[in-house]
Design a protein. Sequence first.
Length: 383
Amino acid sequence: MIDKNSIVNSLRGVLDPEIGISIVDLNMVRDVSIEGDHVKVTIALTVAHCPLAKTLQTDVEKALKKSNEVKSVTVETTAMSKTELNELRTRLQNRTTQTPTPQGNSPGPGIDRLGKRELRNIIAIASGKGGVGKSFVTSMLAVQLRRLGYEVGILDADLTGPSIAKVFGLKDRPSKTPSGRITPVVTRTGIKVMSINLVLDDPEMPVIWRGPIVNSVIRQLYWDVDWGSLHYLLVDLPPGTSDAPLTVLQSLPLDGVIVVSSPQELASLIVTKAVNMAKKMNAELLGLVENMSYLTCPHCGKAINVFGEPQGEKLAKQLNVPFLGSVPVDPIIARLSDHGQIEDYSASVFQSIADELRIRASQHAQQLMQGLPIAWSIQPSES
Ligand SMILES: Nc1ncnc2c1ncn2[C@@H]1O[C@H](COP(=O)(O)OP(=O)(O)O)[C@@H](O)[C@H]1O
Ligand SMILES: [Mg+2]
Ligand SMILES: [Zn+2]
């Protein structure tokens, strides 16, 4: 027999994908009905047509199906009433009042003066050398997070290679707002992209964009761009362990770093260096992704290790970083990239990496909240 309590307990583990708090704690679970091995739950969404609704529904289904007894799940959604929303908003506001981040247009020379603005998770993607597929991994993570319904941006700080703009087929130039800020270019599925390559030949743009000072350019890509509010800003870092990526890592308020490697990188020296660089930074090292790990045989579907034994997982263990996954070599990628259609690509490994990222981000949000005064649960006794 399935009982209601066990269902509610399973639902405790499901976090609202936007707020990062359990849907049970948020009072979003409105109805649970059980008929034999079928469970129906009704969830009240914060916004009626929330783009993240689908993701939440999938999460609820997954959580409930973990129990062997539950055979099928129906998730219905309603929307919170205005009053309920206002209540929730007040509760959350009281919880999340944070120390103000610096605002204003001039970041100044100090590295710690770049404010976080409305960018919830800033994640940099790094690699020890070029050509390992760092930009591809960045693009696909953005695509996957977007598919889940998140607001996503890509800051292309890899000024060395073909641009992110190309694989998304972006041709428009970023426009300028009346206040002088730059509006990023938006991809077909709604990812905001800002890249030096989008502005290089534009005489309207400030001279500094042409300048050789990578660091300064990257700071502008971050600071002068009107990113709006994003759940994820992914930063495609310059490759290598030289000064350029280091400065970027230090000057942007990063939340996490992902290192991309490929089995071609002779032994582990380069990857080790990249990981060590990332470890030194003021951000969580989220893990290692091995790209071009293997080729899937077109005849039998077995994995062929074209570049020798994949070593990502072993290496990650040695270096004591989480291993996020292996990305196979896929000839389709080249074609889609050339045609600016990377948003049509999908591979299961990116689904699991994106899931890992959003779980981490939620935990991060919860930790943040735990460390803050929670006005609504600890009422000051005023007598
Ligand atoms: N898993 C993959 N399978 C096939 N081609 C890939 C794969 N990953 C990357 N590529 C291709 O390899 C080249 C280098 O990738 P890129 O992302 O530009 O590398 P990086 O940013 O590390 O220099 C690109 O042409 C890209 O389309
Ligand atoms: Mg690149
Ligand atoms: Zn085969």
